[in-house]
Design a protein around this ligand. Sequence first.
Ligand code: FES
Length: 284
Amino acid sequence: MRALLTKIEQAAGLDRVGDRLQRAVQAALRPQRVRDLLHGVWLGHPLHPAMVQVPVGAWMSAALLDAMPGQRRAATALVAVGTASAVPAAVAGLNDWAALDREQRRVGLVHAASNTVGLACYAGSLAARLSGRHNLGRTLAYLGLGAASAGAYLGGHLAYKQGAQVNQSISEAHRIGDGWHPVGDLAALPDRELVTREIDDVSVILYRHGDDVTVMLERCPHQSGPLGQGEVREIDGHPCVVCPWHGSTFQLNSGGKVVHGPAANDQQVLATRVVHGVLETRLP
Ligand code: FES
């Protein structure tokens, strides 16, 4: 399996299809608030992995009921629930996929193809059951479960090996030592401008607004983009930093709250204090 996954990651032949699909997804999923909704910005957590629990649970339960006598109606109901709920879960997944890098998109494309085969099998299974052909419905459901399981395996590879839609910056926080770290004279910090500093070799950005200073990790939680090179924008009365790579946006004055995706996580903010005019920061 490892060799196969490496081949998929390196399969440049998938890029033509992938690039076209990416453009189509980006054109279809507008405006930004639709994309943010599907990324899970409102939840502070990626939405796709949460949504897939419904079809996976329904289809797995249907597979168990299909192996028992007298459970046709219940199994049919679960196949219907799983099939209907897989559609919005797939749309949320496509929205995340369109903001991944090339190698991740290749694996994501095969993940989506496996799940599409699974969904088609379950749609056929539902149609067969509703027309009274329960044996065919059961066979199609088991085929669908096999395809969806292959898709789930690839989804795990995307998240846990390739780091798709996981917080890319939080591991930086673990490298910052305990206690307070001086980062410079408060008076020398420019007002309402981003300044980059290093603490224990971890890059952070400083943003002074009046007497308050926000210190946050510089690496974007989406794909490690350099927030220090981002633009500062006022959104709904809050100063925000916009990642220069894919536009994830984080508030600079209220705990690093994510405002726009593709990142779905808030950015890690550090605690601050001023001692004899020197700004100090530490992990909260
Ligand atoms: S790296 Fe993708 S939005 Fe920042």
